[in-house]
Design a protein around this ligand. Structure first.
Ligand SMILES: [Zn+2]
Length: 469
């Protein structure tokens, strides 16, 4: 497989450290609010990458952190504490906020058919590991204490800007949000490993450390959590392009200083989702969530397909108009799959050939839009319906659009749905009649239901019904 590697900024042949095995790390969400669909674009594309690696026969171990402490509103350790601002906003504790939004994140993932990583680790579970890594960094001379905080000294590195393309504007990240410079830093690019002197008096989560009562910086958690669950050698690290600098740059600095050798081979970055105003964010424009899309009648898988239609390394512009087009395309596609009758034998040579073209598309830097085109090619192919259904099922292991399942649902006899609606309408009428103490009407409706072979059960938990067997 050929993958674009942000490290080196070229397309490269993917060769993991250990043949057949892939250690993969994903920066998880900061759980202080719902994820917006721009964040989720990244998780969808990472999910496709993971599933495609498995499809290609690799044994994948994927690890993700949950940021529940230490992430400030500017990624360069300045501004407000995100978790604390979430807790204030909702008058809850930080841990309550973390639990709620972690669950909300995975609920969104499930709706989008994003597989849960093999290991999911909240940062607050790993305080001992952070303290250990910071201690080693101080011992090795890569970190210093100033004003009560511990900082990583970026001047000790031969190369700090590993991803290239860094200009003054990128470097100004610390002052971008009109926040004061931290005068404890020896170099502009130094970053916090451990905070003890905090301007957030109400910081709820604090731990004892050799440097005093405090809490970890944001960047250290990913280095530690990856090291803990993936070992010293990481094959692929993923994240949104926003994270390349300073977050991923700082992760590399810490991990390689700590380990004393090269750490991660490939960096996979997904580009922004834009709306008419530019890059989508929580603070401006509509706060677009999966639930909002659902409330407007969109199947979350339509959004997944919308993401798959474009390449992960290109910015994608969201509009309801484009999403409507994808919704129509999805519906048509499901109908075409539903029209396959499953007759005939699976022609294995033909199936292999069709799967090979799909692999060719994804092997080329995860070209998902071409991968989707392959599904249409399968539908047009000269082979049995059984072959087509089989191949579409295989391709959908990676695309995860539920094509075969949705087609099955779509081809269920329409009458069944009508019947269910009629039964539920009768039950509602019966409930109303009973509420009005109109027992005669209620009994008459019950008889009607019995004649339809339906048994109604009244219990403390409410009313349920089933067909009489
Ligand atoms: Zn991270």
């Amino acid at each position: 497989m050929i993958l674009y590697n942000s490290l080196g900024q070229t397309k490269q042949e993917f060769v993991p450290y250990t043949s057949g095995k892939v250690n993969m790390y994903t920066c998880g969400p900061t759980v202080y609010h719902y994820a917006h669909i721009g964040n989720l674009r990244t998780y969808i594309m990472e999910d496709v990458l993971e599933k495609y690696l498995r499809f290609s026969g690799y044994d994948v171990n994927r690890v993700m952190n949950i940021t529940d402490v230490g992430h400030l509103s500017s990624d360069a350790d300045t501004g407000e504490d995100k978790m604390l601002s979430g807790a204030k906003r909702e008058h809850k504790t930080v841990l309550e906020i973390a639990r709620f939004y972690t669950d909300a994140f995975f609920a969104d993932c499930e709706k989008l058919n994003i597989k849960r990583p093999d290991v999911v680790e909240p940062a607050t579970n790993c305080i001992d590991e952070f303290i250990n890594m910071i201690t080693v960094l101080i011992d090795k001379g890569y970190a210093y204490i100033a004003g009560g905080n511990v900082y990583f000294d970026t001047s000790k590195l031969e190369t700090y800007y590993v991803f290239g393309n860094m200009n003054e504007e990128d470097l100004a990240v610390g002052v971008r949000d009109s926040v004061e410079e931290d005068e404890n830093k020896r170099n502009k690019t130094d970053f916090v490993l451990w905070f003890t002197k905090s301007k957030f008096d109400s910081q709820e989560l604090k731990w004892e450390s050799p440097w005093g009562l405090g809490y970890p910086g944001w960047h250290i958690e990913c280095s530690c959590i990856s090291n803990k669950h993936n070992g010293e050698y990481l094959d692929i690290h993923c994240g949104g392009i926003d994270n390349a600098f300073p977050h991923h740059t700082n992760e590399i600095a810490q991990s390689e200083a700590f380990l004393g050798h090269k750490w991660c081979k490939y960096w996979f970055h997904v580009l922004h989702l834009n709306d008419a105003r530019g890059k989508m964010s929580k603070s401006k424009g509509d706060f677009l969530t999966v639930s909002l899309l659902e409330s407007k009648g969109y199947d979350p898988l339509v959004y997944r397909m919308f993401c798959l239609q474009s390449h992960y390394r290109k910015p994608l512009t969201f509009s309801y108009e484009s999403l409507d087009n994808t919704a129509k395309a999805y519906e048509k596609l499901v109908k075409r799959v539903a029209a396959l009758d499953g007759e005939g034998e699976v022609e294995s040579a033909k199936a292999e050939e069709l799967i090979a073209s799909f692999k060719e598309a994804l092997d080329n830097d995860l070209n998902t839009s071409l991968g989707l085109t392959c599904v249409y090619d399968v539908l047009k192919a000269d082979c049995s319906d059984a072959t087509k259904l089989y191949v579409i099922g295989e391709l959908d292991k990676v695309l995860s659009l539920d094509l075969v399942e949705a087609a099955k649902k779509a081809s269920e006899p329409q009458a069944d749905n009508e019947l269910v609606k009629a039964i539920e309408a009768l039950i509602a009428q019966r409930t109303e009649a009973r509420a009005n103490k109109d027992w005669a009407a209620a009994d008459a409706i019950r008889d009607k239901l019995t004649a339809m072979n339906v048994a109604v059960k009244d219990s403390k938990d409410g009313i349920s019904w089933e067909f009489i067997k």
